[in-house]
Design a protein around this ligand. Structure first.
Ligand code: TYM
Length: 339
């Protein structure tokens, strides 16, 4: 069995293979994942069970699951340091999710803003129950590994609160079982907005052409999308919370998340320059990230067998921990152990 590193605090996070990954996913999640992997024992999961909360084409889901795993590695996750695995390969996720679903007050679930947003335009008949129960599955993902830290974009913070509340409820009812996780948002890039509509979060499932830069966008196309980003009629280039300046703020945020410079240094750099310069330099930053990432990604997708071996080992390492936690939770809840 694969060795598990017990000496470092643990990290768990995941991305749904429900579309092509965007620079929002990269800056909000993947970039942080790479940064913490030397200091934490990291588990990064392709959350396919979450993806099926809305209908998926089976062949596409299978393909995207592989592509997402390859993208984790291309973005800089080192399979020698971190555990990369597919959620459905470790059945403990579904099993603990059911136990937690039974304990999750329906009122808590109805309060989730992501559930409200995602179901706002649908009829009750067309909403799968999985969309409502989704946070219990996410709680299972995290609690199975006793994760200390969960690096995510800020749209997931409410789900993390829910996870802590549910873990506390379980611990209170059945005795100390789960570790309470802490959320980790990046300093810059916790919420990247749509380039065409900077008051809405950039999303991998939004259909309009100039909304998102995808990690696999052709470089000239990515540049074009940034050059076409919505701005405003002001002149000064500065960070701002004002809704009408959200487009410029978003470009500055992308520039900051990649360059790592301070607000003051960035504002000084752009003093006296125009929006064309801001867009060009932001595009330069984004392309400098995408270029090596894409090269590595295509290399990986062409390397027969490598990805499968990473996922096989990941499954082994993840199962070893998840199965043990599941067993403990089952025991605490009163399930008869098989003889
Ligand atoms: P998902 O697949 O929607 O997004 C994956 C990660 O990308 C971040 N993200 C963003 N960050 C900044 N700006 C954006 N525009 C942006 N869009 C997405 C998300 O915050 C997330 O970190 N429920 C989760 C997946 C999940 C999970 C977990 C995460 C399932 N189980 C356990 C952590 C731990 C989701 O739907 O992410």
């Amino acid at each position: 069995m694969a060795a598990v590193n017990d000496s470092k605090p643990r990290v768990l996070s995941g991305i749904q293979p429900s579309g092509n990954l965007t620079i929002g996913n990269y800056l909000g999640a993947l970039k942080q994942w790479v940064e913490v992997q030397h200091d934490y024992d990291c588990f990064y999961c392709v959350v396919d069970l979450h993806a099926i909360t809305v209908p998926q084409d089976p062949a596409e889901l299978r393909q995207r699951t592989r592509e997402s795993a390859a993208m984790y590695i291309a973005a800089g996750i080192d399979p020698e340091l971190s555990t990369i695995f597919v959620q459905s390969h470790v059945p403990a996720h579904s099993e603990l999710a059911w136990m937690l679903t039974c304990m999750a007050p329906i009122g808590w679930l109805h309060r989730m803003t992501q559930f409200k947003d995602r179901t706002a335009k649908q009829t009750q008949e067309s909403i799968g129950a999985g969309l409502l129960n989704y946070p219990s599955l996410m709680a299972a993902d995290i609690l199975l590994y006793h994760a200390d830290l969960v690096p995510v974009g800020d749209d997931q913070n409410q789900h993390l609160e829910f996870t802590r509340d549910l873990a506390q409820r379980f611990n209170h009812l059945y005795g100390e079982t789960f570790t309470l996780p802490t959320v980790m948002n990046p300093q810059a890039g916790a919420r990247i907005m749509g380039l065409d509509n900077p008051t809405a979060k950039m999303s991998k499932s939004e259909a309009s052409e100039n909304h998102a830069v995808f990690l696999l966008d052709d470089l000239s196309r990515a540049r074009k999308k940034i050059m076409r980003a919505v701005t405003d009629s002001h002149r000064e280039i500065c960070f701002s919370e004002e809704p009408e300046r959200a487009g410029v703020n978003n470009l500055l945020t992308i520039y900051q998340a990649i360059s790592g410079k301070s607000n003051a240094a960035i504002e000084a750099h752009f003093a006296g320059k125009g929006y064309g310069d801001l867009k060009r330099e932001t595009a330069d930053c984004v392309l400098s990230t995408l270029e090596p990432l894409q090269a590595r990604y295509y290399e990986l997708m062409n390397e027969a067998g490598y990805l499968d071996s990473v996922l096989r080992l990941g499954r082994e390492k993840a199962s070893a921990i998840a199965d043990e936690t599941l067993k403990l939770a089952q025991e605490r809840m009163g399930f008869l152990a098989p003889s």
